[in-house]
Design a protein around this ligand. Structure first.
Ligand SMILES: [Zn+2]
Ligand SMILES: [Zn+2]
Ligand SMILES: [Zn+2]
Ligand SMILES: [Zn+2]
Length: 247
């Protein structure tokens, strides 16, 4: 007897929601350990792996799934929640981004099913990375806009920094800068420290300490340099320099 391969009239394997590309159907389904849900997932036509909990529509995997967030909180016995929401739906429902009051979110996502909070800063960073391989200005704008919405108003310094970066890229794109140039990593966000950073950059170091050490090492001459490790504390280098005297 032939095994039953299909649930759909078109011969394709589909999930409960009629989705052929649902993650629950892939051989190496990362969500095998997903919880059993007798709430939303018991409803006909709703698939917990691919339907947004908030609007019930199927999520799309466009651009690496930039538009949705999956709750990866462990709920019972090592099983993960796995429910998904469109970020746009979650933002509209005050379940994502920065929300005050009793919800109290800071660049986070609140899962409606298990009420776990997920930090959205890594997701915003993912959005930025996704954009580097997108060729359409309109799509980049759409993706960056989601990033801006989830980071806006946050008190976290990581979120503020990232928001600044995304907004500056966005501004460059609006001015007509090429996508490649707009995404060139900005090393410096504050123009007042620019000359200092440039000085360090020229010497291929990132911090003042590394710069000072490198300059000292250089002044010690080549033979000494080979014996010294760059991370050696400054006071030791000073002692060596005292021994050798200035160049
Ligand atoms: Zn469910
Ligand atoms: Zn599904
Ligand atoms: Zn939705
Ligand atoms: Zn959850």
């Amino acid at each position: 007897m032939q095994p039953l391969l299909s649930d759909s009239p078109f011969g394709a394997i589909i999930c409960k929601a009629g989705n052929r590309i649902c993650s629950s159907l892939t051989a190496e389904n990362p969500l095998m350990g997903t919880r059993f849900c007798d709430l939303c997932c018991s409803e006909p036509g709703f698939c917990g792996d691919c339907c947004c909990m908030l609007c019930r529509k199927i999520i799309t995997l466009d651009y690496d799934g930039y538009s949705y967030i999956r709750c990866e909180a462990t709920v019972v016995d090592g099983h993960i929640c796995g429910h998904v929401s469109h970020l746009e739906c979650a933002l509209r429902a005050y379940m994502a981004g920065t929300v005050g009051g009793s919800i109290n979110l800071d660049a986070e996502y609140l899962c409606r099913y298990c009420e776990s909070r997920t930090d959205l800063v890594p997701h915003a960073l993912k959005l930025l990375n996704i954009c580097t391989s997108v060729a359409s200005y309109a799509d980049i704008e759409k993706i960056l806009n989601v990033g801006i919405c989830i980071l806006r108003g946050s008190q976290k310094s990581s979120a503020k920094e990232l928001l600044h970066r995304i907004e500056s890229i966005n501004a460059k794109l609006m001015k007509g800068v090429s996508i490649q140039d707009a995404f060139k990593k900005e090393i410096c966000v504050d123009s007042t420290v620019l000359p200092v950073v440039n000085k360090y950059q020229k010497h291929l170091v990132q911090t003042k300490l590394q710069y000072d050490q490198k300059i000292k090492l250089e002044s010690l001459g080549k033979s000494m340099k080979e014996e010294l490790f760059i991370a050696q504390p400054v006071h030791q280098l000073n002692a060596i320099q005292l021994l050798l005297g200035p160049n």
